[in-house]
Write a protein that binds this ligand. Sequence first.
Ligand SMILES: Cc1cc2nc3c(=O)[nH]c(=O)nc-3n(C[C@H](O)[C@H](O)[C@H](O)COP(=O)(O)OP(=O)(O)OC[C@H]3O[C@@H](n4cnc5c(N)ncnc54)[C@H](O)[C@@H]3O)c2cc1C
Length: 408
Amino acid sequence: MAEFTLELNDDQKQVRDWLHGFAADVIRPAASEWDEREETPWPVIQEAAKVGIYSLDFYAQQFFDPTGLGIPVAMEELFWGDAGIALSIVGTGLAAVGVLANGTEEQIGTWIPQMYGDADDVKLAAFCSSEPDAGSDVGAMRTRAVYDEAKDEWILNGTKTWATNGGIANVHVVVAVVDPALGSKGHASFIVPPATPGLSQGQKFKKHGIRASHTAEVVLEDARVPGHCLLGGKEKLDERLARARERAKSGGERVKNAAMATFEASRPAVGAMAVGTARAAYEVALDYAKTRSQFGRPIIDNQGIAFQLADMRTRIDAARLLVWRASWMASAGKPFDSAEGSMSKLYASETAKAVTAQAVQILGGNGFTREYPVERMHRDAAIYTIFEGTSEIQRLVIARTLSGMPIR
Ligand SMILES: Cc1cc2nc3c(=O)[nH]c(=O)nc-3n(C[C@H](O)[C@H](O)[C@H](O)COP(=O)(O)OP(=O)(O)OC[C@H]3O[C@@H](n4cnc5c(N)ncnc54)[C@H](O)[C@@H]3O)c2cc1C
């Protein structure tokens, strides 16, 4: 009989320790430099590729860990090192998962290797869904994909925004509208191959945090992609659209679309990133509180400081448990009947924001300067309550799931 345990197995511990070593020795020392430069940390990504952390193999191994803990453990360690650099390393994985989830075997075999390149010639990938007028409201998406039957090509037009690695990626995965009458059920995902004419980078954003991660608009102007770039293939799309039209005609029961289900499943991974940042800031604050003296004693001697640290650590551990529960459920094929994926992302991201703010406070004036890493961690933590669904959207998902009511 399987025993309940929260202990990682030996393989997982080994991977965790290896990643922690890379985060401590390579990522953390480079964090401040790339935050200031606000540029993609190519040398760090290359180093990650050399040791095998930036690779499809590594990502797939963690993704298919039967306990579900491969990805959250990896994310926590890498983001403990630095959130901006870690996102530059794992951003490609987010696009690769889009292909793994919706692509045919041939598409997976063709495009995912091109997303990563190899250790001597590293490449990136971008996942482009958000638009200027379609952030939380994915159904408002306007980027159009029109099929040119004569040439067996799709023509893409529209502007994507906030794309991690957008414009500098070798391969872009673009979500577009194929049937506007069906709302979000009329969306499909496309591969835009390297050097496709008509795809260009719009503005690159200057950000508050995770500044080593490149975020930009992606403009599509009559970008033509071959028919085989439609993820899942035309036959499957036509069947799916026919089913959605049938349901719409008959008044249709509400069925979660595939993209939303994928988001829900990927949210624990973002929760794990937030746990990594929160833990990093907590550790700096604990260390500082033990060594900084005022009034003739270490500041941790004051309950006002010690209790804050106790609360910080308790929240971080609670967040990790929610993340692990959701990750385990997803890998065991258990449905998120109570929106457990959203719960984990909501709680972990809010924890990262709160804990990093407390860390700044515990470091006093030093916490407010770029001499100490908690200032950067606090800026970085702000992203977690925004991307992959804001905290408000997570609460909506949870409340709707729990109540069965169309809460707005
Ligand atoms: C650094 C960064 C990287 C990103 N990377 C990617 C990427 O790689 N690919 C990609 O496709 N997207 C990416 N995003 C986009 C991200 O997912 C969106 O920013 C996010 O979904 C929110 O959309 P929005 O910014 O348009 O905000 P809006 O949807 O305009 O929301 C604004 C505010 O209104 C609130 N709000 C909206 N609707 C409701 C409601 N119904 N009830 C209550 N409150 C509501 C929101 O919670 C938020 O507080 C990235 C964003 C950032 C900042």
